[in-house]
Design a protein around this ligand. Structure first.
Ligand SMILES: Nc1ncnc2c1ncn2[C@@H]1O[C@H](COP(=O)(O)OP(=O)(O)OP(=O)(O)O)[C@@H](O)[C@H]1O
Ligand SMILES: [Mg+2]
Length: 420
């Protein structure tokens, strides 16, 4: 017997990757969103050559293939930032950032609806524990903005759930005993944690407040590891930390912007180019600044950030890797090592550790009371970060779940509970 298409879904709108899931025949099912894959990378490319907008891998590939246009990544980082009410120039037109987010979410819904075979009216959207650290008003505004966008693209009932809780609900569908679980969701933009009591019986309850012991999070994610790796290993090749003839350091702003996914485009203005040209005349190492000018000229900031990200991912299972930078200068390459990466990113690991410790302390939970640590999110693949989190919970068994699918799947479980 065929069932009518579900009307409720979960959306995990991630800094790096997004998913949509529905319940089908009692099981959370991630919908294929691009070429049969369950993630749509949170990427928009405005191709200036054919005046079309492309999303996900197709957008990134167009950009990397050298098409003229404007690439946008880390869209979620705009929520809760002061940029959200502003706009950016895209192929000669002003595009509001809000509109950019709306285009992406509309595309997610369009693909999911098509795959679902029926309209999706109700949605539970995942959210980080904090869109904005230490600012509840801005945090609420970020959630409201996302809700307004979801309504504008056609959803009727919209609610939210913390991303790590969603991952917990998905894991709960696979267990047969009761466990006290700390979920560690280390994504592209944020690290989020929940401590929650899970069991098959508890899974039947609609209200789970009593099972939820604590939530916490911090704005540290994979894109921050990319930034520090970039500043440590490739930005110096472009003049970062080099000196001017006056013996002052090159101004560092441009390097920070180029190393940060959602500010890369700000380096592509005429004014910035002119300033850097001026500086190159004053530079003690003009060859390096020449590379910077080439990078700006070729609009290659996202290409470079992508190389750095791939290098970072390679370091998750290798001790060293090589970044090939021929696109910038023939023969240019930069070796990176796990050891240097760990040293450069230590402050991030420290902030995540502090967050977990504070969470346990504030909730009055003894570290050895936790039975299970559930790792999810792509950045849970960073070996040092994972080891250090696990070391805080000496009695806990570490469990893996699909790092890119578990949150969307858990949101579908929650959507079915809320909108049945
Ligand atoms: N094997 C790996 N080792 C280290 N990092 C990885 C690995 N695979 C992916 N990543 C990183 O994981 C991040 C993306 O993870 P994920 O898709 O879970 O994030 P997200 O859900 O989009 O972000 P957020 O939840 O913070 O909004 C990227 O920064 C990516 O570079
Ligand atoms: Mg995520």
């Amino acid at each position: 017997m065929s069932h009518p298409a579900p009307r409720a879904c979960g959306i995990d709108f991630g800094t790096s990757n997004s998913t949509v899931a529905c319940m089908r025949a009692g099981a959370a099912t991630l919908l294929p969103l691009e070429d049969g894959r369950i993630t749509l990378p949170s990427v928009v490319f405005f191709n200036a050559e054919d005046d079309r907008t492309r999303f996900g891998r197709a957008g990134l590939n167009d950009y990397l293939a050298g098409y003229e246009g404007r690439l946008m990544r880390s869209l979620k980082s705009l929520l809760g930032s002061s940029l959200i009410d502003g706009s950016t120039e895209v192929n000669g037109r002003a595009l509001k950032f809000r509109e950019l987010l709306q285009q992406f979410i509309a595309e997610l819904r369009r693909r999911a609806t098509q795959e679902n075979g029926g309209d999706l009216e109700h949605v539970v959207i995942g959210r980080p524990v904090f869109f904005v650290d230490d600012d509840p008003v801005a945090d609420k505004q970020a959630e409201n903005t996302l809700a307004e966008i979801a309504r504008a693209v056609g959803f009727r009932d919209i609610s939210f759930q913390y991303e790590p809780i969603a991952a917990a609900f998905h894991y709960e569908t696979t267990i047969s005993d009761e466990q006290l679980v700390l979920v560690a969701d280390i994504g592209g933009g944020t690290s989020d944690f929940s401590v929650i009591r899970l069991s098959p019986t508890r899974a039947q309850h609609i209200d789970r407040q009593a099972d939820l012991l604590a939530n916490g999070g911090v704005h540290v994610g994979g894109t921050d590891f990319d930034r520090l790796l970039s500043l440590d290993s490739v930005m110096p090749l472009l003049g970062y930390r080099s000196r001017l003839k006056s013996s002052l350091e090159m101004p560092s702003n441009i390097f920070f912007n180029l190393a940060t996914w959602h500010t890369i485009n700000s380096a592509y203005t005429r004014q910035v180019y002119a300033e850097q040209r001026e500086l190159s005349l004053e530079a003690q190492e003009p060859d390096k600044v020449a590379r910077l000018l080439t990078l700006i000229d070729k609009r290659a900031g996202h290409w470079l950030a992508n190389e750095v990200e791939l290098g970072k991912i390679a370091l998750s299972d290798q001790e060293c890797a090589t970044l090939r930078l021929d696109y910038l200068q023939a023969g240019l390459a930069q070796g990176i090592t796990r050891r240097d990466f760990d040293a450069a990113t230590e402050p991030l690991v420290g902030r995540v550790e502090t967050t977990v410790n504070a969470l346990l302390r504030d909730a009055g939970i003894a570290a050895d009371a936790i039975d299970t640590i559930l790792f999810t999110g792509g950045s849970s693949g960073i070996p040092r970060l994972r080891e250090r989190i696990a070391a805080l919970l000496p009695q806990a068994r570490a469990v893996e779940c699909d790092p890119f699918g578990s949150i969307g799947a858990g949101l579908a479980v929650e959507a079915a509970r809320r909108y049945r």
